[in-house]
Design a protein around this ligand. Structure first.
Ligand code: SAH
Ligand code: SF4
Ligand code: F3S
Length: 466
């Protein structure tokens, strides 16, 4: 996943789809927390509920059905769910007073991890549904009127889920496609193997069909998603065993597809075939999110990452040999149990040595049920906070330098749509930087145009159409 932010995202009310059949006027509000996988899942929930008469609402106030798609990754993310549920209870009571029913559903990783507790603590919740069972939403919603309706759907059924989901509706020139789910890595700090279940790879033929469907709707850029996306494996049309690089090669052959990306990768799965593809496949963009978590091999061992800091730097070196301009982003945890000042300095050294140009970084959060929660040497909050600040300052400096290095270059920009100012357009560089530019027009959406970069800020670029 590109990241795991705790900031909730009201689920794209602009794609307010008219309901093709029955009971018009039912309103659905989805609040999404967490990573790209959850954003993708929320889109699928909306796609699935549209034929049942649900159109997306802009706010929870006028919604008949509210779904919180939750994240369990850090304590703060989980706490937000309970405070939001308190607000929703008031909303449900108010509407009940007006004679209107409201269905409240908790989906996502908190639902999976503490579904029983949610049902006990918050009576306003009609049912909870885990990330590998949400294809059953229509059936579960239909049951809510019954006293004996199912309250907790938490089975791991990724194959049945993907089979049941309708073909995705595209929204713009870029789309995400889930190709892999779950995780077998069991890093000692992480809840994902428990919330998303075991690693599962979607069949290649299904992925190709989904991408073709998106291309037919005008999509030009596809980002393949998975908790360990580069662990994907399957069989091709001839029945031959395929690794992730073969999937990328297959998709790159599709006409109309201009750009291919993937996230999130694990260093252990960064095989030489995949690294070589970064040098040989022009549709594969020169940007890679490759979380390392720490630059101290001692801490990596305690994290059960199963690679050393040196292993990571060797992968980076090979990637740069294959694709010299590749931009690297990563994830870091500071204040993992036992982390010393020296361990932390090793992390700063790795960030510099690998020339990381963007990163998501987090203070370690103790998660119930994970091995690290029981480890000695929990780092005091103030120490972790100070380290996080230093790490973020270094990354910000490298990110600013990376962006500044683009000034005066001509970059191919995939145009997404109008920019902030009238007459301005915006899109993305190959390195995933946002680019605002003058001299373009709305008809260029979906095209790749050359933009001369005139200025850089720490977070974006601007320029003029060549
Ligand atoms: N599968 C992905 C990441 C999933 S979670 C991977 O292996 O990289 C996204 C990020 O959240 C992780 O990379 C990690 O940096 C962070 N994270 C996970 N558990 C955490 C915890 N207990 N405390 C703080 N950050 C955590
Ligand atoms: Fe969590 Fe590690 Fe799996 Fe990533 S690889 S999801 S950090 S257990
Ligand atoms: Fe959060 Fe689940 Fe993603 S815990 S980071 S929503 S996989």
């Amino acid at each position: 996943m590109t990241n795991a932010q705790e900031r909730p995202v009201a689920h794209r009310p602009e794609i307010d789809r008219p309901s093709p059949d029955s009971k018009p006027g039912k309103r659905l509000f989805i609040q999404t927390y967490g990573c790209q996988a959850n954003v993708y899942d929320s889109d699928r929930m909306a796609d699935m509920l549209a034929p049942h008469g649900y159109a997306l609402a802009a706010a929870p106030d006028d919604a008949d059905l509210v779904i919180l798609n939750t994240c369990h990754i850090r304590e703060k993310a989980t706490e937000k769910v309970y405070s939001e549920l308190g607000r929703l209870r008031a909303h449900k009571e108010r509407r009940a007073g007006e004679g209107t029913a409201t269905t409240i559903v908790v989906a996502g990783c908190v639902a999976q991890a503490e579904g029983g507790e949610i049902m006990r603590r918050e009576k306003a919740v009609d049912f909870v549904v885990g990330p590998q069972a949400f294809h059953r939403l229509p059936e579960l919603i239909a049951q809510t009127a019954r006293a004996n309706g199912e309250r907790l759907a938490a089975e791991f059924a990724p194959a049945a889920k993907f089979d049941a989901l309708p073909a995705p509706t595209a929204d713009g020139v870029s789309a995400f496609v889930a190709v892999q789910e779950g995780c077998d890595k069991f890093c000692s700090f992480c809840v994902v193997p428990y919330t998303r279940g075991a690693e599962y790879s979607r069949p290649m033929a299904d992925i190709v069909r989904e991408v073709e469907g998106l291309l037919a709707q005008g999509v030009r850029e596809v980002t393949l998603l998975g908790q360990n996306v580069n662990a994907w494996h399957g069989v091709d049309a001839t029945g031959a065993e395929s690794r992730f690089a073969a999937l990328l090669e297959r998709l790159a052959r599709l006409d109309g597809l201009a750009r291919l990306r993937y996230t999130t990768s694990h260093p252990l799965e960064m095989g030489d075939d995949l690294i070589a593809l970064h040098g040989g496949e022009p549709k594969l963009m020169p940007y890679l999110h490759l979380p390392v978590q720490s630059g101290s091999t001692r801490i990596l061992k305690a994290m059960n990452r199963r690679h050393t800091a040196e292993d990571y730097l060797v992968i980076v070196e090979k990637l740069r040999a294959a694709r010299p301009d590749i931009a690297l982003s990563s994830d870091f945890i500071v204040g993992f149990p036992g982390e010393s000042e020296k361990d932390f300095e090793d992390t700063l050294a790795l960030i510099a040595a690998a020339q990381i140009s963007s990163a998501y970084s987090f203070r370690y959060s103790r998660r119930p049920g994970t091995p690290a929660a029981a480890m000695h040497g929990q780092v005091p909050d103030d120490v972790a906070a100070e380290r996080l600040q230093r790490l973020q300052a270094l990354v910000a400096q490298q990110q600013a330098a990376f962006n500044a290095a683009q000034v005066d270059r001509v970059l191919p920009v995939l145009v997404a749509g109008p920019g902030r100012r009238p007459g301005q357009m915006h899109g993305r560089s190959p390195y995933l930087q946002g680019v605002h530019f003058e001299g373009g027009h709305a008809g260029q959406a979906g095209r790749i145009v050359n933009v001369r970069i005139a200025a850089a800020t720490p977070h974006s670029l601007s320029g003029h159409l060549v």
